[in-house]
Design a protein around this ligand. Sequence first.
Ligand code: CA
Length: 293
Amino acid sequence: MDQKVEPGQVIRGDSDKQMVNRLGFDSLTHYQFAHFIDMNRDYTDITKDLPHLWSDISTSYRANYYPHVSVGWDSTPRTFHGRSPTPPNNTPENFEKALRVAKKYADEHTNQAPLITINSWNEWTETSYLEPDTKRGYGYLEAVKRVFLQNLALAANGATAISDSEKTKELGCTGKVIDGVIATPDNFSNRWHSSVDQPHPHWVEVHLAKPSKISTVVIHFADPHGYPVSFEGTVRVDGQKLQVINETDSQETQVYRAKFEPVTTDVFRLTILASANRAFPNAAQISEIELYP
Ligand SMILES: [Ca+2]
């Protein structure tokens, strides 16, 4: 048993391990890859080393070790000299692979909390941040979402979609509401577009692979001039229709998010009663519908 440290007492000569044990910490993690990993190489090579590095640390300390993932590392925004190695190829795709390695580690260590740490939300001066920017957009945040949240409405997860109608020049477009591709204001070709020959209401319906609990819907719109302003979302429960969202004067031009009481269902229908573009009053369009537990 290590000697207890009293308030004000000075202990010299301890190793990191001795000090952590002496102070009685019950968990450990890291703040940055740069503090425990050779950074002078490709981000994908760093990722390969993570599992055995974490395991070595975990077995060296009494406290639980929680795996850490850094978005990147480059401190030159705030330093003029002494440039340190900066690992290339920390793309959102490779960051996602590192997160999957961390999730696997957490899933395998069932004796501790399912927790990982990420550097960071907004460490811009070390070029390690999740926040969106002009280079990667929402790429890093989308990577976190893909790893830790299962979008039940994805075609890749067995969902299918039907709609009341499609625009003649975009036949087959209904499937685009569940393909995982999200329109941007500059390129909104990834969308379901209703017939322009029939008036509102229009609807698009997502059928899940199996009845599942959902409590969150995210709806991505397409043309920033043609977003829905009045719409409702319903689910089917025991053959009955249950309304979970209802908006009559929405001003959101790109994405709508809503949480509701958890409900188990296999069908979500979005019915659009009116859209914003008065030049095309019959047109309704949606780029993506996401459903989460
Ligand atoms: Ca889509």
